[in-house]
Design a protein around this ligand. Sequence first.
Ligand code: PRP
Ligand code: URA
Length: 207
Amino acid sequence: MPELLISHHPVIHNKLAQLRAQDTPPAVFRKLVHELSFLLGVEATQDLATTEVQVQTPMQSCKAQILAESIAIVPILRAGLGMSVGLSGLLPDAPVRHLGMYRDEETLQPVAYYSNIPAGQCEDLVLLVDPMLATGGSALMAIEQIKRWQPKRIKFLALLAAPEGVAALHDAHPDVAIHLCVLDEKLSPKGYILPGLGDAGDRIFNT
Ligand code: PRP
Ligand code: URA
C-alpha cells in the first residue's frame, strides 16, 4: 500500500509557522528549511534496516546497530538544495545527486535542465527532496528519472504539499512513500500551494 506520512510533531509545526510567515527573513527561512528537513528526515528514516556490529567502548565491548542500507539524497534544484543541507546533516555519508528542474510559469510543466544521476551505480534507498509538492509535475518527472536508475526503494520528502500533488504522485507511483510536514488545502489557479509559503526557491535564495 502507498504510504502518506504527515508529521504531527509539535516542534515541526512550530517551525512551520515561522517558515510560512511572510516577514520571516531569508536567512531565518533557510535555517528553518535545514532544521525541518533534518527533523522530517528523522521521521522518514525510522524504518531503515540496521545490522549488528560489535563496538569497543572505553569500558567494554558491546553490540551496536549500524545502517545496513546505502542511501542517496536527491534534491530537485533549486529549492531542494535547502532540504539536502538538512538531510546531509542527518546522513553525512549519503551522496547527494542533483536533479535540475523548473516549472514553466505558464504551463506549470516541469522543464529538466540538469541531472547527475550516474549510470549503473545505485544506492538502495533514494530520498528525493523538494520542499514543495504542488501539481506534482516536478516530482513525477524526477521519479521517472530515478526509477531508470533502479533503486530498491524511493521516498519523497516535502515540507508542504497540495492534495492535487499527492494524488498525482500516488496514482503514478504508488510504491513511492510520501513524507510531509503538512498537507495544505489546495492549489491556487496559478499553481501555488494555499496557504503555502510562497515561492520556496525565491525565499531560500533571496531572489
Ligand atoms: C518549485 C518547487 C518544486 C516545484 C513544485 O520549484 O521547488 O520543484 O516548484 O511544483 P510542481 O509540483 O507543480 O511541479 P520551481 O519551479 O519554482 O523552481 P526553483 O526551485 O528553482 O525555484
Ligand atoms: N513552488 C513553490 O515554490 N511554491 C508553491 O506554492 C508551488 C510551487
